[in-house]
Design a protein around this ligand. Structure first.
Ligand code: F6R
Length: 609
């Protein structure tokens, strides 16, 4: 979703803005633009539809000189992707420019009101009201005018604002959309996310909702909506700039798939230690509170929802607490039954997903405890939840989530074991056995990366199909959902996951000669049942790639190709089973010539509803 970068300092702004926007490409966009104020205090703007390379081509012909600038990658919400709708937007006099991430819900009303004051609008966007509103309130103080204008906005926003009247200043503010401030040496930055400025500084200020930051050549000051000065902590980010590079891999997605053994290890480190109780980073949930919980909701979107789906199986099995898993955009509008014995778990890689954040806020307003599982330190979800468990997956850049998912699964196991320990639903021996097996997962994940050849071959024989089906029972069904999502989002093949036993209640009608089916049969107690389901599809001509645990060689009689997953406690198998599914999706997308890291229509961080 839209990316914002801003720079003020002594260097030329254009290359810094362009570099920052490139680092934000992973968020998804369809047009881009930058505005720079030059030495004559003129506002110069260049915009382009499509990829950043189009903007670069234009800038190569006409460099924007100056050392104060803002840039934007736009993911269209109001108005088609076009140069006209692309940011930065300005007031009619071209003295104020604004970049915006989010949605202004009352923009039509503001637009009509501004029109009565003589303002003209040229784009279809909600954003264009903002520079005009600031212009309306401007009386020689950009901060004051911005505060007044923002006070009239409803919706979500992260804004970067500049004016030729006060050329050595950038103002920024956020509400429900991410925005960070970078503090360098005699230079200052704003950005939607840390990678955009990591080449310049690791000193970061995280803004709270409706905090205004004023960046000048001599420093950064933060103010409240009332204009009161606020002291902010500067955080040191430890990621290296390399984390945002491909490191020899063809795509970020492939790199991130390969980083899973490390990500899994990092997420378990210090939490799972043989012979010691699970260590949950000082979360505030007490044993008394845990014993009282009679219902857990796990609320998330997309891949994180799939991890939650597995969490339901795992927490119910190990800790015997009833769990409901909900899609955040459904949960927030469906009046769920919430009591003082309910725990909400929200899960989000980015920590900024609008629907998940809204679910968190609704539940907090109802007075229940919220535990967040996120990969983004300092994100809105991390800051607003009562407790946070971080997935230490590291920076995930490819739009299709891989290592964040596997670390979310790991966190589900850790949490289930923690609850089981506190509720004594498992013996110490049973817990120790699972922990011991968990510690082998990094190396077993590594083994799964070696199946490339079989997967590449399967992909090159089947990449041209229009449909694919993923079947599984129990926790394999949860993994099947994630496998199907990976295929559809990066290769644009229609793919669906079905619970093995459900297929014959309708969907089997779609199976015909040559239909591709991925069958997951890793669970020992469901193996025979799953094999029967596979036979139902092979009888109708399906081509099947099977996944099962080592030793289950009888599957070879039923499927066309098989991938064996190493032996480990059944309940942990999803972590390693999903790895070849991710690789399969990746190879299919490569064969089809798709833009793997930046699939069409998708955004990495969905900060609007
Ligand atoms: C799929 C994917 C999305 C996200 C979803 C939630 O590969 O990345 O489905 O999982 O948009 O995002 P987060 O986890 O950031 O809340």
């Amino acid at each position: 979703m839209c990316g914002i970068v801003g720079y003020i300092g002594k260097q030329e702004a254009q290359p810094i803005l362009m570099n920052g926007l490139k680092k934000l490409e992973y968020r998804g966009y369809d047009s881009a633009g930058i505005a720079v104020i030059n030495k004559k205090d003129e506002m110069n703007i260049t915009k382009s539809k499509g990829r950043l390379s189009n903007l670069e081509d234009k800038l190569a012909k006409h460099v924007l000189e100056g050392s104060t600038g803002i840039g934007h990658t736009r993911w269209a919400t109001h108005g088609e992707p076009s140069e006209l709708n692309c940011h930065p937007h300005t007031n009619s006099k071209n003295t104020i420019s604004v970049v915006h991430n989010g949605i202004i819900e009352n923009y039509l009303h503001l637009r009509e009101w501004l029109a009565t004051k003589g303002y003209k609008f040229y784009s279809d966007t909600d954003t264009e009201v903002i520079p005009n509103l600031i212009d309306y309130y401007y009386e020689n103080d950009l901060l004051e005018a911005s505060i007044k204008a923002v006070g009239r906005l409803e919706g979500s926003y992260a804004l970067g604002i500049m004016s030729t009247n006060e050329p050595e200043k950038i103002i920024a503010v956020r509400k429900d959309s991410p925005l960070i401030v970078g503090v360098g040496k005699d230079e200052y930055f704003i950005a939607s996310d840390v990678p955009a400025i990591l080449n310049h500084t690791r000193e970061i200020i995280y803004l709270e909702d409706k905090e205004f930051v004023v960046l000048t050549n001599s420093g950064v000051n933060v103010f409240s909506l009332d204009g009161e000065k606020i002291e902010k902590e500067v955080h040191h980010v430890t990621w290296s700039a390399d984390a945002a590079e491909k490191g020899g891999f063809e795509h970020f997605m492939l790199k991130e798939i390969h980083e899973q053994p490390k990500a899994i290890r990092d997420t378990m480190t210090s939490r799972i230690i043989p012979g010691q109780p699970i260590n949950l980073d000082n979360i505030s949930l007490t044993q008394e509170e845990i014993k009282k919980i009679d219902k857990i909701y796990i609320v998330a979107c997309g891949t994180a929802y799939h991890a939650g789906f597995l969490g339901k199986y795992v927490i119910e099995k190990l800790a015997r607490i009833p769990v409901e898993v909900d899609i955040a955009s459904e949960f927030r509008y469906r009046d769920p039954i919430i009591t003082d014995r309910t725990l909400l778990i929200v899960m989000s890689q980015s920590g900024e997903t609008a629907d998940t954040l809204a679910a968190l806020r609704d539940c907090k307003a109802k007075g229940i405890k919220v535990l967040a599982i996120t990969n983004a330190v300092g994100s809105s979800i991390a800051r607003e939840a009562d407790d946070v468990l971080y997935t230490w997956a590291g920076l995930e850049i490819a739009v299709a989530s891989t290592k964040a998912y596997t670390t979310q699964l790991i966190t589900m196991y850790i949490l289930a074991l923690f609850f089981a320990e506190n509720k004594k639903t498992l013996t110490t021996d049973e817990i120790e056995t699972i922990k011991k097996d968990m510690l082998t997962l990094p190396e077993k994940t590594e083994e799964m990366l070696k199946h490339k050849e079989v997967l590449q071959k399967f992909a090159s024989n089947n990449y041209m199909h229009k449909d694919m089906f993923f079947l599984g029972r129990g926790i394999d069904y949860a993994v099947a959902m994630e496998g199907a999502l990976k295929v559809k989002e990066i290769s644009y093949i229609h793919s669906e996951a079905y619970a093995g036993g459900e297929l014959k209640h309708g969907t089997i009608a779609l199976i015909e000669e040559g239909t591709v089916v991925i069958a997951l049969a890793t669970q020992s107690d469901l193996y025979e049942k799953m094999i029967s389901n596979v036979r139902e599809v092979t009888t109708r001509g399906a081509k099947v790639l099977g996944f099962t645990a080592e030793g289950n060689t009888s599957i070879e009689k039923t499927v066309d190709a098989v991938i064996y997953v190493p032996k480990v406690t059944d309940i942990l198998l999803p972590v390693i089973t999903v790895v070849p599914l991710q690789l399969l999706a990746y190879y299919i997308a490569v064969q089809r010539g798709c833009d793997v890291d930046k699939p069409r229509n998708l955004a990495k961080s969905v900060t609007v509803e």
